[in-house]
Write a protein that binds this ligand. Sequence first.
Ligand code: ADP
Ligand code: MG
Length: 290
Amino acid sequence: AAPLVVARSTALAAKKGLLIRNRASFEDARKLQSVVFDKTGTLTEGRFGITDIELEKGLTEEEVLVLAGSIEAQSEHPIARGIIEDAKQRNISFKSPESFESLTGKGLQGKVEGKDVKVVSPGFIQEQGLSYPKERFEELSQQGKTVVFVLIDQELAGMVALADKIRESAKSAISELNSMEVQSMILTGDNQQVANWVANQLGLDDVFAEVLPHEKADKIKEIKQKGLKVAMTGDGVNDAPALANADLGVAIGAGTDVAMETADVVLVKSDPNDVVSIISLSKATYRKMI
Ligand code: ADP
Ligand code: MG
């Protein structure tokens, strides 16, 4: 394309809130065949609220929330923010933990008032072979809720279910991609059933769930090895290596600095429809090139 057309497309993109950081990847965006989306904060709003608390060990909801909240207060994960917000609304005050450690992609653990407290994923519970109320867990997961488990001194004290909202704008983005014959997929560390629920709501073509942070980048490589031109869209620190591996890395503007620094394009308005705009604009700009 003529340099003037290219320069105008950058200005036009910027006006729409698409910051193009890598021109070559933007040029190739017209050839994309699949777009992979992170779930939390990308397809969903990333704002969790507690919907259900299932108690297992004779503790009260408040006791569970004090212990869980005290270690979650050390985390910036959207799940942590949801639990803390809810606990605060119940006027619960947290203790400062004697120690704290994050279990990457699986949750976190710490010592609170001499007790070993863990807030962890279903995957962690299954790995450890701990028993849990499976039926209730499946019921909650099938409703699209993210369930975390609170362990106190290695015993299950409760399950906390949290709900996030699917972004309204994700629906039209996916159907547009569909009509452009671009596949859309979800890639998440969350539970399989939750991922399936989101995929059904949005009509996604493929689902990769229970993926650990370091496996996200490998997943993108696998898709490329199938010969597909792939974009990755995400917001988190965890997503950065996957953004780097993709043919086009797209960061959600409301996300982390690491994601934005790695991305080829940043969506200032955090609107998944802007992924569609990138592809259309790339096609319009480079139409006459091979
Ligand atoms: P994603 O970014 O795809 O939503 P993560 O890799 O951040 O997924 O998290 C994967 C899973 O690990 C979560 O669904 C949850 O079960 C668990 N987890 C991560 N962080 C926390 C946390 N702060 N508190 C409780 N559980 C967590
Ligand atoms: Mg995320």
